[in-house]
Ligand binder design. Structure first.
Ligand code: BV8
Length: 235
């Protein structure tokens, strides 16, 4: 009897919704060195550049982007599965929420949130962040950063994620290149703890060989069938 599924998603699950992946041919990082836009040092060096990079992505996300069949399949799994389903996403978009998933951890933060550098208050944000942005709690001005985990920063809720991986019966990795840690190590953690591990990705990844099963294809096309299988197994 399968009672607990942990899912990890990456940029690949949002690709069919029109959000660029990081390392695809037209990946997000092109035109920008990672060090310049996704590190605290890059932000300290040129906050306007970094704010512009995230403001553009936030505007794009809010410009009519919709969740796709892959997101909807995972929401159906959580709804219908007789057991625990935890969705850990590396993505900073809100498409899992828009599809109806509820038990979500955004381990790398969220594009629609900001954090105050002075009082650490977190707040929802839909407009551009910049030097005129005010903190809702301490009234500081121009001191808001995107509430996003950059390279060299600790991902959110790691203890909760590690506990879930240690108790998982199934670990499902979707749409991630398996290049960034600690997320890239989750499959091994789950497997050591006895989980069956499945990778659903468009192409082979750095971690494919360590999964029990690899399902190749677009998330929006392969996830509905895979979710049917998991529901069949868990019922
Ligand atoms: C930390 C937010 C420690 C920003 C991101 C050497 C060894 C081990 C680790 C390190 C090392 N050197 C440095 C490190 C640490 C570093 C790291 O792993 N670096 C890598 C480059 C080696 N990691 C960190 O810094 C992390 N923090 O380690 O903290 C610590 C300890 C104590 C105290 C303090 C700190 C933090 C990393 C988080 C960085 N932030 N995102 C933003 O989004 O702008 S990373 C970003 O890239 C994503 O969040 C994601 O995590 C990562 C990888 O992206 P993917 O989602 O996988 O996307 P990608 O394009 O790569 O792949 C997409 C896949 O989808 C492809 O395989 C493609 O084939 C597939 N696909 C495409 N279309 C579809 C599809 N699949 C299905 N359907 C489709 N339609």
């Amino acid at each position: 009897m399968t009672s607990s599924i942990v899912i990890l998603t990456g940029a690949g699950i949002s690709a069919e919704s029109g959000i660029q992946t990081f390392r695809g041919a037209d990946g997000l990082w092109e035109g920008h060195r990672v060090e310049d836009v996704a590190t605290p040092e890059g932000f300290a060096r040129d906050p306007e550049l970094v704010q512009r990079f995230y403001n553009e992505r936030r505007r794009h996300l809010l410009s009519g982007i919709e969740a796709n069949a892959g997101h909807l399949a995972l929401a159906r799994l959580e709804e219908e599965f007789q057991g625990e389903v935890l969705l850990v996403t590396q993505n900073i978009d809100n498409l899992h929420e828009r599809a109806g998933s509820k038990n979500i951890i955004h381990m790398h933060g969220e594009l629609l949130k900001a954090r105050c550098l002075d009082c650490d208050e977190e707040m929802l944000v839909e407009n551009d962040l910049g030097i005129e942005s005010e903190c809702l709690r301490c009234d500081s001005q121009g001191r808001l950063r995107p509430d996003i985990v950059w390279f060299g920063e600790m991902p959110y809720q790691m203890p909760r994620i590690e506990t879930a991986l240690g108790n998982a019966d199934v670990f499902l990795s979707i749409g991630t290149s398996g290049l960034v840690y600690p997320a890239a190590g989750f499959g091994q953690l789950a497997r050591y703890a006895g989980a069956r591990t499945i990778e659903a990705n468009l192409e082979e990844t750095a971690g494919s060989s360590s999964f029990d099963r690899c399902v190749r294809g677009k998330a929006g096309e392969v996830l509905p069938g895979l979710v049917d299988e998991l529901l069949e197994m868990g019922s």
